[in-house]
Ligand binder design. Structure first.
Ligand SMILES: C[S@@+](CC[C@H](N)C(=O)[O-])C[C@H]1O[C@@H](n2cnc3c(N)ncnc32)[C@H](O)[C@@H]1O
Length: 266
């Protein structure tokens, strides 16, 4: 059995230099757990990608570091070749390798434990753990993960709903894959990474939506109802929050109307 299954120690070894991956929630510093604050204040510095152009996510990380008195090392994010969508996996692989190289340089130069602050939770649509795994193998580092509140969790809390019916499954997917998920028969779907409100392509009478944008920020906005009734509200709210905040990130739960379970709180 030992050969088939990798076992992971609950605690990383204390004698190794550590990289700590800390979930910071989706915008509000109040979402940081006690464990996350303890981890953040334990490290010598935070490494953060700088995507340029006044990167708002870098600003969030910078403010957190200032608040807790931790140094931040901003690393210019390597350019991603967006001109060759035909080789998307290859483009992502090269970009990932360039990120690992850039962070390895920082770790080689700056001693002590380091942290990466991950938007939401590292378990949802985030590549930090893949990057850190490569760094840990290359530099013989220990790594641990402190969870954060992810966008779907905050969405559920704000709408006061359970994301699934009793004993029912839930699919978490992207806007690009939504149509396939519906064709495959899923009727309880959380959508992330959707720049175009792909839900508006579905049968508007067939689906109920619970939508939220910029959750956890001052510009947070919620819309809920049958797609047919709220489609215009969604478009308007999305544009308005983008104009007000200068950025928009949204996520939503879709449930087929004929599905028997209705979330509590709806
Ligand atoms: C790259 S993924 C990161 C997800 C993150 N790791 C999490 O746990 O929520 C980014 C997507 O998460 C969702 N998201 C992140 N922050 C959000 C927010 N404040 N409000 C609404 N959706 C958010 C959006 O669907 C966005 O496209």
């Amino acid at each position: 059995m030992g050969e088939l299954f990798e076992t992971v120690a609950a605690q990383p070894p204390q004698d190794k230099r550590r990289v700590r991956v800390i979930g910071i929630g989706t915008g509000d510093p109040g979402q940081l757990s006690g464990e996350a604050i303890a981890a953040l204040t334990s490290v010598a510095y935070v490494i953060a990608a700088d995507k340029g152009g006044g990167d708002p996510l870098l600003d969030v990380r910078r403010r957190l570091c200032e608040r807790y008195g931790v140094d931040l090392v901003a690393v210019r994010d390597p350019e991603r070749d967006r001109d060759d969508p035909a080789d998307y996996p290859g483009v992502v692989r090269d970009w990932h390798a360039a990120r690992v190289d850039a962070y390895a340089d920082v770790l080689a130069e700056c001693p002590g434990d380091a942290a990466f602050l991950v938007w939401g939770d590292p378990a949802f649509y985030d590549s930090t753990l893949r990057v850190v795994e490569d760094l840990a193998a290359r530099l013989r580092l220990a790594c641990d993960v402190i969870p954060g509140i992810s966008a779907p969790q905050l969405l559920a809390a704000r709408h006061r709903i359970v994301l699934h019916g009793i004993g029912q499954p839930i699919l978490v997917t992207t806007g690009r894959r939504l149509a396939d998920a519906v064709i495959a028969g899923h009727d309880n779907i959380v959508v992330m990474l959707d720049g175009t409100l792909a839900c508006l392509e579905l049968d508007p009478d067939g689906w109920q939506i619970w939508w939220g944008a910029n959750l956890g920020s001052d510009d947070e906005v919620l819309v809920a109802g049958r797609l047919a009734d709220v489609a215009d509200d969604l478009l308007r709210a999305r544009e308005a929050v983008k104009a007000r905040a200068g950025w928009v990130m949204d996520t939503y739960l879709l449930r087929r109307v004929e599905a028997r379970q209705v979330p509590s709180g709806a």
